[in-house]
Design a binder for this molecule. Structure first.
Ligand SMILES: [Zn+2]
Length: 146
């Protein structure tokens, strides 16, 4: 085998599929009969796959996925709260508007129901808030003691 006809300089392009059909054919035919170039080709292929593995490191992939999950969970939760609070405000505003515009025309029963709903809701809210504040105070004292 004539050394001049070795395809060493074409092997890199061959692995990357960048050769013309003619060059690619020449490399394929040459490699079949040349252990030296076959060996070089295997080394280039190995180098390429190692580079690929380094680029798509599993650790990086996991961290990326974790970060994405964390961010999407936070975003979803944020949107959920936003929708909930927004809908509650709109509903409350609608009821207040209804009360202000139609209150005079309401019967006693309706006034009692709406008054009960609002009064009860307000009392529950205040009592829950008080409970929370008391618990928080207790927790703070506990932290101080420890
Ligand atoms: Zn060769």
């Amino acid at each position: 085998m004539n050394k001049e006809s070795h395809v060493g300089e074409l092997l890199s392009g061959y692995v990357d599929s960048e050769l013309t059909q003619q060059d690619s054919q020449r490399v394929r035919l040459h490699i079949e009969g040349c252990p030296t170039c076959t060996h070089d080709l295997e080394e280039i292929k190995l180098l390429r796959s190692n580079m690929g593995a380094a680029r798509l490191s599993h650790v990086d992939d996991d961290i990326w996925r974790e970060t994405m999950d964390d961010a999407s969970v936070k975003a979803t939760r944020g949107i959920g709260w936003l929708l909930l609070v927004g809908a509650a405000l709109v509903a409350a505003g609608f009821v207040v508007y209804e009360v202000l515009t139609n209150f005079a025309s309401w019967g006693l029963m309706e006034k009692l129901i709406v008054g009960g709903l609002y009064g009860g809701g307000l009392l529950l809210f205040v009592s829950v808030l008080r409970q929370r504040l008391i618990e928080r105070k207790k927790d703070r004292y506990k932290d101080v003691e420890i």
